[in-house]
Design a protein around this ligand. Structure first.
Ligand code: TXA
Ligand code: MG
Length: 449
């Protein structure tokens, strides 16, 4: 199968406006595609494939690229598992472009009964009350909520992998929303990587993993958040975070009814008791090279540490974040600047609310920087050369989250023996816990855990 990457610039697909919905917590998008533009044509082609073919389509979201299929057709959903080689017991998140679309799916239950109307004749919202504050603050955005899958659900059974619930998310990316709305179907989409590989944050990552296995990649530039959505379960008491992600636990806990939210995930890749989000039990986010993760507070790796992971090429990747420095010509080569804990810490809630539809439409396109800047240092130790491919993601937690998967992939492509990563404190800001969760799953060796 030939894989086509279609560039689409969200600002060139036509006229998109946010329309307020009376008495509802979210606006709706009004989308008028301008088919004189090639960007709109590409979007329409992809939407058409979603609706009618069984080969999934890759598209950008604000978190990571997704691999989408019509969530109501089994054959299409099976195409996702096949392309990714994903285990079939790992359920998929269903993406919606409006609350109307989500409610219409939820209301399909028990159509024979006068369900959905309370005794006083007012229509009940099929979305459980507990989720209202979360939806109004964080949708569209990196948050997935678990909902009961209605009896006689239109969702293909492969979406839920046999569970009684399904994950629903409204992404905060104009192209994702326009694609779902144009296709007119709810879109099941996992991350668009080959199973076990780091999630893709640029179209070229998708092409690298899935070339020849899918037909279409919509290229909307690099992703803004860089780690996947937070998965929450508000149907259990107390509510649970099943996967840390783009919305932090502090942000969730600050919503009415969510102050006692507990962590329902584990941070390692070790198997053990059954995790509540089935996907969290699998090996994940792993490049070919051994990942050596330094928990925060550990000394930076010495040259001897690097060499202990040599498997022949003596070529190592280094991903630096808040404190590691590289000094050439001196020993130690890599050092740690004493960290001042308050310096970068954002303490608690950083974003009160995602910008909503209006904010999303105004925001500029994410930078086109898909590749990490790699500096190569060569040092001679006892007559042999060590090559250190060095990526500095900087000290801003959001920048680190945005760049981490790309950095792992870019170093892996250079065939390094091992990748040494400087971890950060779980509470260093919004996406820190999500980032460390992914790194701990990717790491084969953890220093200081
Ligand atoms: O940001 C994201 O969420 C991205 C983009 C593409 O939207 N999607 C994504 O999907 O990360 P995926 O399939 O890679 O991860 C879905 C996670 C898995 O850990 C899965 O087990 C969990 O959500 N999940 C899905 N449905 C569930 C359910 N009914 N109950 C518990 N966990 C569920
Ligand atoms: Mg994934």
């Amino acid at each position: 199968m030939e894989t086509r990457t279609l560039p689409v610039d969200a600002s060139k697909i036509g006229k998109i406006t946010a329309v307020p919905v009376p008495d509802d917590v979210l606006d709706e998008l009004d989308i008028e595609l301008d088919f004189s533009s090639q960007h709109a044509q590409h979007l329409r082609d992809a939407a058409e494939k979603l609706r009618s073919s069984n080969v999934p389509v890759a598209f950008p979201t604000e978190t990571v690229y997704g691999l989408g299929a019509d969530a109501t057709r089994s054959a299409a959903v099976k195409g996702i598992y096949k392309a990714k080689q994903r285990p079939s017991d790992n359920p998929l998140i269903v993406h919606f472009a409006s609350l109307r679309q989500l409610r219409s799916l939820l209301k399909s239950r028990d159509s024979t009964q006068a369900n959905g109307t309370s005794t006083n004749g007012v229509e009940e919202d099929p979305i459980p009350e507990i989720y209202r504050p979360l939806i109004s603050r964080f949708w569209p955005g990196p948050l997935t909520i678990l909902l009961p899958n209605p009896t006689d659900s239109p969702l293909a059974p492969e979406v839920t992998a046999g569970l009684k619930t399904f994950g629903a998310r409204m992404p905060r990316h104009t192209l994702a929303l326009a694609l779902i709305q144009t296709a007119g179907v709810p879109v099941a989409a996992p991350s668009a990587n080959a199973s076990t590989k780091p999630s893709p944050t640029a179209a070229e990552h998708v092409a690298y993993d899935l070339d020849g296995r899918i037909g279409t990649i919509l290229d909307g530039g690099p992703c803004d958040v860089g780690v996947e959505s937070t998965v929450v379960d508000g149907l259990s008491n107390p509510p649970l975070i099943l996967r840390p992600g783009g919305i932090s636990i502090e942000q969730i806990r600050s919503c009415p009814g969510w102050d006692n939210t507990q962590i329902g995930y584990k941070n390692t890749s070790e198997s053990g008791s059954q995790p509540k989000a089935p996907g969290m039990k699998y090996r994940h986010y792993s490049p070919k090279a051994t990942v050596v993760l330094y928990e925060p507070g550990q000394d930076a790796p010495s040259l001897a540490d690097l060499r202990s992971q040599a498997t022949g090429r003596s070529k190592f990747g280094l991903i630096r974040t808040k404190t590691w420095k590289v000094e050439l010509g001196r020993t130690p080569l890599i050092s740690r600047e004493p960290s001042s804990p308050s310096k970068h810490r954002t303490n608690g809630v950083h974003i009160d609310k995602t910008p909503g539809f209006a904010g999303m439409l105004q925001s500029v396109r994410a930078s086109d920087r898909a590749k990490s800047a790699i500096t190569c240092h060569t040092v001679e130790v006892e007559g042999s050369e060590l090559h250190i491919l060095d990526i500095n993601l900087g000290s801003d937690t959001a920048d680190i989250a945005r760049g981490i998967f790309s950095a792992l992939r870019d170093l892996d492509r250079q065939d390094v023996d091992a990748i040494f990563v400087e971890g950060i404190d779980d509470d260093e800001g919004d996406t820190a816990a999500a980032l460390m969760n992914r790194l701990r799953k990717a790491a084969e060796v953890r220093v200081g855990s």
